[in-house]
Design a protein around this ligand. Structure first.
Ligand code: ADP
Length: 396
């Protein structure tokens, strides 16, 4: 039996999913939270609705990895460590260096650490996670999967900002995008569902979760994406502002007597988006409920959310000079039939349409009417499966 473990390490957390490969079935998943504390929380769900949960001291990521592996054996989820043949680490920033997932060695770990200037909190934690697994399971295939890799196919005209060229050549200041693993997974799946070669399709993938981004996928390659140098750009998100006029930063810092730019960027990252607009919540369900109860700020927050998605789709129709399919995925994309309907109903000029009955789903489905010019699909994303597939693909 061959199992792979997909890891998503944060500064104080470690999420994991254990998959049986090549079947791609989930055997167990869980989370270690509050790493570094005496009262860290460790949860595993497995089997048929079984759950293991303890609060105990877990002082660093290495201890988290050791405990996680020991517990998989103790709960008889695996008979021994030998069953785990691969580990895949999600990494936020791969810069221009990582155009594909990579086998982890000391050099790759060093490069991930060096790329931390593009994602300070994330890359450092991810490198720690890689080292921890190397120490405990040194012989298994270990792969780093980058959020940015899928977007390294973007042409210069898409990834350069219109600022002096030396900011790019000297500092690598450019658009990198994010959510690449998800966009890649759903684009490929869309082609399968439509029974057409990915190479022949123009697809717009809408990853609408708490973080949200849209990608233009032409012939299987990302040619533009809505997130930018960082995940702050693009759409209106749960707490992130998305695109704004840079002049607003100076103007508001003056008005608010804020002198530290980091303090203001923090507002744009954590207090803006649906939360800032509605004053209710960053969670789409809460905003939808408040809007239905007559809260006007929540109503306008929903309108803005949909408006930005429509505008990016419009842009990407122009970027690719056409579109064959639009895909919705992630928390909002997969679950909010209202959002999907409202977005598509504003794009009928492009030949987009929604079939209300087909749209009444949370599962994988084609939700446009039979024979529609543009196929609209709902595809639950699965970044863990994509990571596990990369482990298989790169296995030595
Ligand atoms: P992330 O992985 O970026 O944290 P998710 O992909 O889990 O986020 O998406 C979270 C978002 O999905 C939240 O805004 C949540 O309200 C929304 N969501 C989940 N279920 C529904 C639903 N039934 N209707 C509308 N929105 C939903």
């Amino acid at each position: 039996m061959s199992k792979s473990i997909a890891i998503n390490a944060g500064s104080s957390s470690l999420k994991f999913q254990l998959l049986e490969m090549p079947e791609e079935t989930v055997v167990a998943k869980g989370l270690v939270e509050r790493i570094g504390m005496e009262d860290a929380i460790f949860t595993i769900s497995y089997g048929e609705d079984q759950e293991y949960k303890v609060v105990e001291p877990i002082l660093n990521h290495e201890v988290a990895v050791e405990k996680l592996l020991e517990q998989l054996v103790a709960l008889e989820i695996i008979a021994s460590f030998d069953e785990i043949t691969g580990v895949g680490h999600r990494v936020v920033a791969g810069g221009e260096l990582f155009k594909d997932s990579a086998l982890v060695d000391d050099e790759v770990i060093k490069q991930v650490e060096e790329l931390a200037e593009f994602a300070p909190l994330h890359n450092k934690a991810e490198a720690i996670g890689m080292k921890a697994f190397k120490k405990v399971l040194p012989d298994i295939t270990s792969v780093a999967v980058f959020d940015t890799s899928f977007h390294t196919s973007m042409p210069k005209k898409a990834y350069l900002y219109s600022v002096p060229m030396e900011y790019y050549t000297e500092f690598k200041a450019r658009k990198y995008g994010a959510h690449g693993t998800s966009h890649r997974f759903v684009a490929r799946r869309a082609a399968e569902m439509l029974g057409k070669p990915l190479e022949e399709l123009k697809i717009i993938t809408c990853h609408l979760g708490n973080g949200a981004s849209i990608t233009a996928v032409d012939g299987g390659k990302s040619v533009d994406t809505s997130m930018g140098f960082s995940p702050l750009a693009g759409l209106t998100m749960g707490t992130r502002c998305g695109d704004i006029d840079a002049s607003l930063v100076g103007f508001l810092m003056n008005k608010l007597n804020i002198t530290d730019i980091n303090e203001f960027v923090d507002i744009l990252n954590h207090k803006s988006g649906l939360l800032g607009l509605s004053g209710v919540s960053s969670d789409m369900r809460d905003v939808e409920t408040a809007a239905a109860e007559g809260n006007e700020d929540a109503q306008v927050a929903l309108e803005i959310f949909v408006d930005r998605v429509q505008k990016y789709i419009g842009q990407y129709v122009a970027v690719m000079n056409g579109v064959d399919a639009i895909v919705f995925t992630a928390g909002i994309g997969e679950n909010s039939k209202e959002t999907r309907r409202d977005v598509i109903n504003g794009l009928t000029w492009f030949g987009c349409a929604i079939d209300e009955e087909r749209n009444n789903t949370r599962k994988e489905a084609i939700i446009s009417p039979e024979g529609a010019k543009v196929a609209v699909l709902n595809i639950p994303t699965n970044e863990e499966v994509e990571i596990a597939r990369d482990i298989e693909r790169l296995r030595k």
